[in-house]
Design a protein around this ligand. Structure first.
Ligand SMILES: [Zn+2]
Length: 297
């Protein structure tokens, strides 16, 4: 068995090869140049990479944007990757290489990776949330990823937590990610101190009362969204992704505050960190490609 895997992001296309069913060897990455080269450029780069990895039995792809899981077509990508929407990525690569090709949205692929190989291994039902520029999410229920009608389920960052609140990139107001993403934390600190600090710098300066208070206010925003989601899904676990959760003080504080908001039958929800880091996409791509290969047989 030899499976080629790609993780297509707005800044880089990572790639690797799996020669056993449970491990990927990352081989490198190529700059996406998404703004300059657009969707067509991504197809050309994917081909160039796959040509060097050939021969293989299947291809797994985790990608930015929304992918139709049946056809592997990109049904939606935002302005960060111009002209990616509508590209029949899966069909194109299937025709070119004559092997099964599985394509998934990157957030879903990462959750599938965590389910198969990472922090989700011991859960039948869990939620994944990744906090960064925005907030990505996925729900894994009874051993299956919840895809949704248009393979877009889990956009937890766009649940409204503040009616009529701050504007969000999606065009609405008061979305969870406008308050609880790491970008929102940095914006809050900037609003109060005038300084442009990144997440790490904020944690390094918690001795300053204004920064400590800003972090605390942000944690409240994070926890409010998590409590709502836990009440909606009643998962066994919630897996939190994003570099910010390497700060152990943050995990402890989130758990403590969550327990004050959760109803009694939700208290046993396990809150943990994502285990696979930036390998989640490639490992998720491996899992979906293995699936596609099985279905072929
Ligand atoms: Zn939004």
């Amino acid at each position: 068995m030899r499976i080629a895997v790609l993780d297509i992001g707005g800044t880089a296309i990572k790639y690797g090869i799996a020669e056993s069913p449970d491990n990927v060897t990352p081989l490198g990455e190529m700059e996406t140049r998404a703004k300059q080269d657009g969707g067509e450029g991504i197809v050309k780069k994917a081909e160039a990479i796959l040509d060097t990895l050939s021969p293989f039995d299947a291809v797994g792809i985790s990608t930015a944007g929304i992918a139709d899981i049946k056809t592997g077509a990109i049904t939606y990508a935002n302005e960060n990757i111009p002209h990616y929407t509508g590209i029949p990525l899966g069909e194109h690569l299937r025709n070119r290489y004559g092997v099964p090709v599985a394509v998934r949205n990157d957030v879903h692929a990462a959750a599938i990776g965590e389910a198969a190989f990472g922090a989700g291994k011991d859960f039948r039902s869990f939620l994944c949330l990744t906090y960064g520029t925005g907030i990505g999410g996925a729900a894994f229920l009874n051993g299956q990823l919840l895809s949704g009608q248009t393979d877009s389920a889990g956009h937890f960052g766009h649940i409204t937590t503040h009616r009529g609140g701050k504007p969000c990139g999606c065009g609405n107001y008061g979305c969870y990610e406008a308050y609880a993403s790491v970008t929102a934390l940095c914006a809050l600190v900037k609003e109060r101190t005038g300084e442009n600090l990144n997440g790490r710098e904020i944690f390094a300066r918690l001795g300053e009362p204004v920064i400590k208070q800003s972090l605390s206010d942000w944690i409240d925003e994070v926890v409010v969204g998590l409590a709502s989601l836990i009440h909606a899904f009643n998962p066994e676990g919630v897996i939190l992704g994003g570099g910010v959760f390497n700060e152990s003080v943050l995990m402890d504080e989130i758990k403590a505050r969550l327990s004050t908001l959760l109803m009694p039958t939700f208290q046993q929800t396990v809150i943990c960190k994502a285990a696979l880091g930036n390998r989640a996409g490639l490992l998720g791509a491996l899992a979906i490609a293995k699936d596609a290969l099985l279905k072929e047989k």
